[in-house]
Design a protein around this ligand. Structure first.
Ligand code: ZN
Length: 89
């Protein structure tokens, strides 16, 4: 996903809404900004769960997305339910 943006006079650059949604970034969230191999990399200080949006200590990174322990347990229980043929959806 490549987006071209202009830097404002005060040095601000807007993060496109699709990227903010994709990364579960909300207004006032803290981010780390660092230089890395000639690029500027923005990383959430406290990543949010891609399912419930919570920022917790028990986060796991799965395929580049953060998921909290509670959502992992819920998904695992739903998977077990589906395998047993008890799905309600
Ligand atoms: Zn969650």
């Amino acid at each position: 996903m490549l987006n071209q943006k202009k830097i404002s006079n005060s040095g601000n650059v807007g993060i496109p809404i699709a990227m903010r949604r994709d990364m579960c970034l909300q207004p006032k969230d803290a981010v780390n900004v660092q230089m890395q191999d000639g690029s500027i990399v923005i990383t959430p200080v406290s990543p949010r769960c891609m399912f419930c949006g919570a920022s917790k200590d028990n986060m796991k990174k799965i395929y580049g997305r953060h998921v909290c322990g509670e959502c992992i347990e819920y998904a695992a229980s739903r998977f077990k339910d589906d395998k047993a043929g008890d799905s309600d959806e």
